[in-house]
Design a binder for this molecule. Structure first.
Ligand code: NAD
Length: 494
């Protein structure tokens, strides 16, 4: 990434300064520029795109596609298609993954130029409520601004007592580098990152163990949607230890020696366990060739000198904002991971547009009814709106329908039948409250449910909408028809 050569980097004025060039930051910068503002965008790395594009969503999806091919080919052997044992040229796979990222990063660089956004590569810190100092490769540049948008993101949570300098102890960035395929890989954290990386490394031949503190994987999601994934990976992976914590990781010549607290390692009888499966307790300790720690991310609010601008940052590093994305300092906005969960690129981009529009004098506010979640595991798991757990906790009167993909021709033709599409509707009005899907490519289906929620659709609207056949998307309409009672693809006894 070249800093704009036409700019004298010693004194720079910005109508809108954007700190951070991830999906939220570049979106905010581009929108502000499109609305006529003179914009300076500061990014510490040599490539725009932030975690998502460089060391997150995009490279992981490239590797997950490799995993999908491996699994599909393996599983079709039983149906008469076989290519023999897969051969992995890890260097080539890595180059391919990097080429995907590069083409997007290059695209962003072109968009920056087309919009005449001034890009400065360096690490920015506020020095007052109207200035940021940027440490560049060549020195320090001061940018003074009229308005600023903080989009400085988050970083992986590190557990301080672990040997974090040991190259065998990975965070998600290390895992995505694909330097080697460990024989035995332990994943600490059964959340989205942990399980996506487990999918990749399992396909590439690692023996996977997952250790999760809570009593189910992907704890924020309803258990019935997670169960098909749990059942499948339980067979594929060596171990999934729920309700288990790690007490220590010690660096040993032969590997990382991980000790487990088995006290809570027996999953309580409950919906998260496979019937009859009481879960096997973790060992006292075990040696692994690599350990990936994926136990969440921390906001970068404390790393940007926000206090010198008068911006309040809470203890965890989050910056509170209002619906216009304004911080407590009215001309400074904040967006993305740094303002709160969920830490998702698609939340950041929408918040970025709102901040840019407000900064440009437009009436705008962030009033999305839901932010959809997708775990790109195999099967994919996705949900939006109210979860069933939340509906129960809040005492909401709802109707629920769950359409089994075993009755979907499209799903069966993919060789898969474990999927489900669930819909929750308000009992009195039939309006959609929430939805979730699990199954191959389920993540693609959630967009329709989000649109239905945003448009205030009810089950009848969804059921009467003609869906192409045979598609997985039909399962959403079928679930709605189960609510209205008009389903013909299943027989439901009255
Ligand atoms: P997460 O919060 O999704 O999952 C972390 C998991 O680790 C949780 O299940 C938690 O219970 C468990 N955990 C916490 N401490 C533990 C411990 N000491 N031992 C064992 N388990 C422990 O976090 P993540 O997976 O690291 O992802 C970070 C963020 O990035 C999330 O906000 C996530 O939504 C986002 N992300 C999203 C996607 C996607 O949309 N597909 C992909 C990657 C990351």
């Amino acid at each position: 990434m070249d800093a704009n050569p036409a700019v004298d980097e010693s004194v720079i004025q910005a109508e809108v300064l954007v700190l951070g060039g991830g999906p939220g930051g570049y979106t905010a910068a581009f929108r502000a520029a499109d609305l006529g503002k003179q914009v300076v965008l500061i990014e510490r790395y040599s490539a725009l795109g932030g975690v998502c594009l460089n060391v997150g969503c995009i490279p992981s999806k490239s590797l997950l596609h490799v995993a999908q091919i491996v699994h599909e080919v393996n599983e079709f052997e039983q149906h008469g298609l076989s290519y023999g044992k897969p051969n992995f040229d890890i260097d080539k796979i890595r180059s391919w993954k990097e080429s995907v990222t590069k083409s997007l990063v290059d695209g962003l660089a072109r968009l920056v130029k087309q919009r005449k956004v001034i890009l400065i590569q360096g690490t920015g810190h506020f020095t007052s409520a109207n200035t940021v100092e940027v440490q560049t490769e060549t020195g320090v540049t001061t940018v003074s601004f009229e308005q600023a948008i903080i989009a400085a993101g988050s970083h992986p949570t590190k557990i301080p007592v672990f040997p974090n300098d040991d190259p065998r102890l990975w965070d998600s960035t290390d895992a995505l580098e694909l330097k080697e395929i460990p024989k035995k890989l332990l994943i600490v954290g059964g959340g989205i990152i942990g399980l996506e990386m487990a999918t990749v490394y399992h396909a590439l031949g690692s023996e996977i163990s997952v250790v999760e503190l809570m009593d189910q994987i992907i704890p924020g999601c309803d258990n019935d949607l997670v169960t098909p994934l749990y059942r499948r990976i339980k067979k594929q992976y060596k171990n999934i230890w729920l309700e288990t914590r790690i007490t220590s990781i010690a660096a040993d010549k032969k590997g990382l020696k991980v000790s487990f607290d088995r006290a809570g390692s027996q999953p309580a009888d409950g919906i998260h366990t496979i019937p009859g499966d009481k879960g096997k307790g973790a060992p006292e300790s075990e040696l692994f060739d690599a350990v990936l720690v994926a136990v969440g991310r921390r906001p970068n609010g404390k790393l940007i000198g926000a206090e010198l601008a008068g911006v309040n940052v809470d203890e965890l590093g989050f910056i509170a904002v209002d619906k216009q994305q304004r911080t407590n300092v009215p001309h400074i906005f904040a967006i993305g991971d740094i303002v709160g969960n969920p830490m998702l690129a698609h939340k950041a981009t929408h918040e970025g547009k709102v901040a840019a529009e407000v900064a440009a004098g437009h009436k705008a506010g962030f009033d999305a009814l839901t932010i959809p979640s997708v775990a790109y595991t195999d099967p994919e798991v996705t949900w939006m709106g109210l979860t069933e757990n939340q509906a129960k906790q809040q005492g909401v009167d709802y109707d629920k329908a769950v359409f089994p993909w075993a009755a979907s021709g499209r799903s069966l033709s993919l060789g898969r039948k474990e999927g489900l599409t669930k819909i929750l509707c308000e009992k009195e009005t039939g309006r959609i409250l929430g939805a979730g899907m699990v199954g191959p490519n389920a993540g693609e289906l959630i967009a329709e449910a989000v649109l239905a929620l945003e448009m205030g659709a009810d089950a009848e609207d969804i059921g009467l909408t003609v869906h192409a056949h045979p598609m997985l998307s039909e399962t959403f309409a079928f679930a709605a028809e189960m609510i209205t009672g008009s389903i013909t693809d299943l027989y439901i006894k009255k």
